[in-house]
Design a protein around this ligand. Sequence first.
Ligand code: SAH
Ligand code: SF4
Ligand code: F3S
Length: 465
Amino acid sequence: MTEMRTNTKKLFIKTYGCQMNVYDSDRMSDALVPHGYETTLDINHADLVLLNTCHIREKASEKVFSELGRLKELQTERRAAGGDVMIGVAGCVAQAEGEEIARRAPVVDMVFGPQAYHKLPDMLARAEAQRHVHPTMKQAIIDTDFPEEDKFEHLPAAKKEVTIKRGLTAFLTVQEGCDKFCSFCVVPYTRGAEVSRPVSQVIAEARGLVDAGVKEITLLGQNVNAYHGLDGSGRSVTLGELAYLLADIPGLERLRYTTSHPRDMDDALMEAHRDLDILMPYLHLPVQSGSDSILKAMNRRHTAAEYMSIIERIKKARPDMALSGDFIVGFPGETDQDFEDTLRIIADVGYASAYSFKYSTRPGTPGANLGDQVAEEVKNERLWRLQELVNTQTTAFHASCVGKTLPVLIERPGRMAGQVGGRSPYLQAVHLDGSTDLIGAIHQVEIIGTSTNSLVGRLKVAQAA
Ligand code: SAH
Ligand code: SF4
Ligand code: F3S
């Protein structure tokens, strides 16, 4: 019997963690296109499985090893049937625990960190060659270096048809890494030092996206507002200044950015929010805690009052700014009063949405050595109370939109036939009755109600003059 096999190989990527990992997964799949790979959504068809992992909290890291257990079974089945599957672990767990993964899970062929993605085709070729020589005996290829060269220079852009398939909104990483060293956080160790991509590279990538029909770009960075990419004359450009340059791209209708650090909210960014309609009035600005002593122990390097004054400034620049944040409950030493201070800052700000987490001890971070850990039941109770408060605020924010007319970028068919869905400027999901012809443009939508986590709208028909 001859094996039916085309030259195209199939790649399946499972992505964990933040939006930067989502972006990176696409770039990895773009990097493999010239080498004959196309992406599949069915793991059972894959010739290569990549796990793009997240190390931020303990639970996120553990998922990798349980997934590798399942992949071992998949590989065994595949081999029994005369086939095979290669396995790679990328992302922040790979960066932090490269050797350990290879040791604990011999099933992996490659383990490589976020700064090695441009070397993926080369690693894969080496892993394949090794397979060829010793089909079962192999040593994983490990690359967790922080190389000198600019990986983005070496990563190919997506093909236009691939970008078209990915939809109307796109991520674009402009900055990577972190120099802030908050005492709870692994990111400075897994992603390395802050690096900004040059302005020309960002503009070229944005133009390519818009040329393929993208209407909304979200600029990404672990500290996106610490962006300081160089322009053609070697001058350092801030995120606010970059926003003005991107606003000049014809066809780009919306611009967002995430995640920002309070210490990098400079005047240029405030001015961009004041001046540029393209810059959406939604800001994700994590504060983590409302207690000054906890903020200090976290090494956030700002006080609760300083955070509040930033919120005031941003609201002055853009009065309808919707705010979002991240919170950690149960950081070592957090007292009832510290936690009450966190609830108070949430009450004072009034968030449109927020993400909250129980403190998770991360090996290698300064926080891991602190005594005075908070009991799990206390963390659970605080998390519950915090989320109750935030949920009330989210519901109130959605309700405040009812009766307003909002521009909605219609992106997809809705859950029910005859419906379409999209996003408001404030990143809320909006559903409305309408034909799929509406998809691809911003339409004025009257908000007539709310449902769980989304708004219900009605297409506003333009009045005859
Ligand atoms: N660069 C961003 C956030 C990156 S991590 C910033 O500075 O805000 C995303 C969120 O995960 C953080 O804002 C924090 O709330 C949470 N987080 C990070 N490390 C954590 C830990 N060890 N335990 C619990 N939550 C954590
Ligand atoms: Fe982590 Fe702090 Fe850097 Fe954010 S700013 S990535 S929380 S170290
Ligand atoms: Fe996770 Fe790494 Fe992002 S640790 S949150 S995938 S930067």
